[in-house]
Design a protein around this ligand. Structure first.
Ligand code: HAM
Length: 426
């Protein structure tokens, strides 16, 4: 049997890849306007980075990492997310010393998680993410959320729901942690092994356990919002007031804890509420992570960011019936007949392409009718027909495929004249 693609991965073929390219362009342009600069980090990192950064007790680290030993005996891991790598790079390149603060970065790249594949969940997926390092300011929290929402809005998504929560500062989290331990401890033996292990280490993780989701203690668990100290409460309220000022509707959900350990203060998710979207509705997740840079060995530096996968974004666009114009169509297809014309077409094709025109020709030595059919299949806007007679007369016939009209043009200055026609100058 022929070798097949690994489970949870996908080929993105021509026809589909144009959507990705379009999204990448839109995202790049929006990042330019919001002043986020691109960063590219390696696809694999030392395993320790994610153990430390994402957290030892998270599902990602415990169950989902692609970890392997290289030939030198080092433990490496295919990145399951981008924030830990960005934090490492920030420290490694001493970006905290950069006079331009905060440092605003974005990335777009493959991530890997050994999860059970289903609709919207892959083992290799592409995350777009943005991170702001070096500012603890409610307006930055609001900006980061606004950036994510703006990307979705500009791509045309309408059925979105922003869910937001605060996990508070260290003091609030410790108070909440104690309350969670007291809440779950008496009946912890009714929970799965993972939850039992997490009780003392990191009780917050119990709240996003997939197995014990329906246990009655989950519904009555103490809410973080009740444990926020004054400073955390004030910070959260300011973030919400900025969102209101930016006309971004939100829903506060005290049960939103996120699946990674580095969060504090603002945590948020953007969901699709389009009808029929399927079981996984979260499109985007993010939040503040003020301790992460220190954890990576850098100076105390606040951070906030988000990430979303292009796969889920495309699924949301599809369910909302949003399609894009295909910009990759052929402007000019050259149909040539006879040896001399065929040779001429080779050079003409190159000249058109050099002049910025997307051009194509027949490579299969087809007959006139078949060449015209092939031209039609490429969606060519114009077809240039060149035969022995035309060569002799130094002309070429240009057919407008939209109107069907045909014009005889001079062959010598065809490229410059065609350029004028195709850009609408004449
Ligand atoms: P996360 O919630 O683990 O957060 O993932 C963020 C987004 O990545 C999800 O909302 C989803 O769009 C996408 N995603 C995650 N797993 C999969 C999968 N198996 N298949 C398809 N898409 C997936 C993070 O990764 C954090 N680093 C986000 C962040 C950045 N927080 C602060 N800065």
């Amino acid at each position: 049997m022929a070798i097949q693609i690994p489970r949870g991965t996908q080929d993105i073929l021509p026809g589909e890849v144009e959507k990705w390219q379009y999204i990448e362009e839109v995202v790049k342009d929006i990042c330019r306007r919001y002043q986020y600069k691109e960063i590219r980090t390696p696809i694999f990192e030392h395993t320790e980075l994610f153990q430390k950064g994402v957290g030892d007790t998270t599902d990602i680290v415990q169950k989902e990492m692609y970890t392997f030993e290289d030939r030198g005996g080092r433990s490496l891991t295919l990145r399951p997310e981008g924030t830990a790598s960005v934090a490492r790079s920030f420290v490694e390149h001493k970006m905290f010393g950069n006079p331009n603060q905060p440092v605003k970065l974005y990335y777009n790249g493959q991530m890997f998680r050994y999860e059970r594949p289903q609709k919207g969940r892959f083992r290799q997926f592409v995350q777009f993410g943005a991170e702001v390092l070096g500012a603890q300011e409610p307006s930055i929290d609001a900006e980061v959320i606004a950036l994510a929402m703006e990307i979705y809005r500009e791509l045309g998504l309408k059925n979105l729901k922003l869910v937001i929560n605060s996990l508070g500062d260290k003091e609030s989290r410790i108070a909440h942690r104690d309350a969670l331990i007291s809440h779950f401890k008496p009946r912890i033996n009714e929970f799965c092994g993972d939850c039992q292990n997490r009780l003392e280490k990191n009780p917050l993780r119990i709240l996003d356990c997939k197995k014990d989701r329906d246990h009655e203690l989950m519904k009555t668990a103490p809410s973080i919002l009740e444990y926020l100290n004054e400073a955390s409460k004030e910070y959260f309220e300011k973030v919400l007031s900025y969102l209101t000022a930016l006309e971004i509707p939100f829903e506060v959900d005290a049960t939103l804890v996120r699946g990674l350990d580095y969060y504090n203060h603002t945590a948020f998710e953007i969901m699709s509420n389009a009808e029929g979207f399927g079981a996984i509705t979260t499109l985007c997740g993010g939040g503040r992570y003020n301790g992460l840079i220190q954890e990576m060995g850098g100076p105390e530096t606040p951070g906030i960011g988000f990430a979303f996968s292009i796969e889920r974004l495309i699924a949301a666009l599809e369910i909302e019936g949003i399609s894009f114009n295909d910009e990759t169509k052929v402007d000019c297809y050259i149909v040539s007949l006879g040896e001399e014309a065929k040779d001429y077409a080779v050079v003409l094709l190159q000249q058109l392409r050099k002049a910025g025109i997307s051009a194509e020709k027949d490579y299969l030595d087809r007959k006139m009718k078949a060449q015209l059919k092939a031209a039609d299949r490429t969606g060519a806007r114009f077809v240039a027909i060149l035969g022995e007679d035309e060569i002799k007369k130094n002309v070429i016939n240009l057919k407008d495929m939209e109107t069907g009209s045909q014009t005889e043009m001079s062959l010598s200055d065809f490229v410059s004249e065609f350029k004028k026609i195709s850009t609408g100058e004449v």
